[in-house]
Design a protein around this ligand. Structure first.
Ligand code: HEC
Length: 174
């Protein structure tokens, strides 16, 4: 009898502790910040549910944009997309036509996995640019997810299309 009592008291206490911890986690609001410098793009893609990848940087951060431009050139994105991302032998990155979608999640997955792999996951070309061809997979080349987010901050900073389409098609009006 006594043992049962002790066991139940222990059980109740642990439930209360768990609830208390949960409360703290909820109170803290968001999940702990991810250190993108330590995560390779393919791992981030694999471990993040579709739609949840979001750039921690803003294209108004001049220092980040400058680093992003440097990375864009050093990884050779300019060879195909032009030095300012305005297109060359491959589609422009700064207009309002997005091949698969212009949101952070989609472009991060596209550059990491490449067109072929993205299409295997069910993505289809929804936007048409003059040039149609595969984007090569850069996931194994780009040293960290942080580098890729900085590149995108640079690309976004050069955007010159319809503001409503900067991050892809705006949601349909209800
Ligand atoms: C060998 C040429 C080549 C290189 C190098 C290259 N890309 Fe691409 N990229 C393409 C092609 C081709 C497409 C169109 C993909 C498609 O139609 O499936 C594309 C598409 C894209 C898109 C989507 C554009 C849109 O309008 O929807 C982004 C963003 C992008 N590339 C970023 C990059 C970044 C960042 C780098 C450097 C890390 C890079 N690309 C390097 C050829 C290249």
């Amino acid at each position: 009898m006594r043992r049962v009592l002790v066991v139940s008291i222990v059980a109740i206490c642990s439930v209360l502790t768990a609830v208390g911890m949960l409360g703290k986690v909820l109170a803290a609001g968001t999940a702990p910040a991810i250190d993108y410098t330590k995560i390779l793009p393919p791992d981030l893609v694999k471990n993040t549910p579709k739609g949840k990848l979001a750039n921690p940087y803003k294209d108004s951060q001049a220092d980040i944009v400058a680093q992003g431009e440097h990375l864009f050139l050093s990884y050779g994105c300019n060879g195909c997309h032009g030095g300012g991302g305005g297109g060359g032998m491959c589609p422009p990155l700064i207009n309002d036509t997005w091949v698969y979608g212009g949101d952070d999640d989609t472009i991060f997955r596209l550059v990491t996995l490449g067109s072929d792999e993205l299409q295997k996951l069910g993505y289809t070309r929804i936007g048409r640019e003059n040039v149609v061809g595969p984007m090569p997979p850069f996931g194994a080349i780009i040293k960290s997810s942080d580098d890729l987010w900085k590149i995108f901050a640079f690309v976004r900073s050069r955007y010159n299309g319809d503001p409503a389409y900067k991050f892809g098609a705006p949601p349909d009006p209800q």
